[in-house]
Design a binder for this molecule. Structure first.
Ligand SMILES: *[C@@H]1O[C@H](CO)[C@@H](O)[C@H](O)[C@H]1NC(C)=O
Length: 142
């Protein structure tokens, strides 16, 4: 390989890495491997208010997600509060329009009681029939 080709290859690899790992989300996110869920991370997940409001207040979660397979009647958007060991505290499950190849919507959840000092907010796109997790992102809080 000559020098130019090597440079071009390096540039292409860089481009590939930066575009495929681009995540848009509130700070303090991670993929869900922390919970032993090895699904691809969500494209864009922004919630507010952050820090969340008091018990009983509404959390707004904006999701933009492209999907490799269109949504079915079983595809759901899940917003969960769990402790750091992924023990669920509360979840909200939203249906999605069927036969869509992307999600771009605002979803609501209510701040639950009995949140531990440290907790996780997990947002996932799941296939409720099979239990497949299509995409997932974790927010470590506070
Ligand atoms: C979510 O989207 C709505 C509508 O576009 C916007 O008004 C709101 O500020 C967004 N919230 C967050 C947390 O990004």
């Amino acid at each position: 390989m000559n020098g130019n080709l090597i440079l071009v290859s390096i540039f292409l690899i860089f481009l590939l890495l930066t575009t495929s790992f681009k995540v848009n989300a509130n700070p303090g996110w991670s993929d869900c491997s922390f919970n032993a869920i090895y699904a691809p991370i969500m494209d864009a997940t922004f919630f507010g208010p952050d820090p969340i409001g008091p018990v009983g207040t509404t959390l707004q979660v904006n999701v933009t997600q492209s999907l490799s397979k269109p949504t079915t009647t079983f595809t759901k958007l899940l917003i969960e509060f769990t402790d750091v060991d992924a023990i669920p505290i509360c979840y909200t499950r939203h249906p999605l329009d069927t036969n869509k190849d992307n999600i771009k919507d605002t979803f609501l959840a209510v701040v639950p009681q009995f949140l531990p000092n440290k907790y996780l907010i997990r947002v996932m796109v799941i296939e409720a029939g099979t239990g497949d997790i299509r995409n997932c992102i974790l927010f470590h809080r506070p």
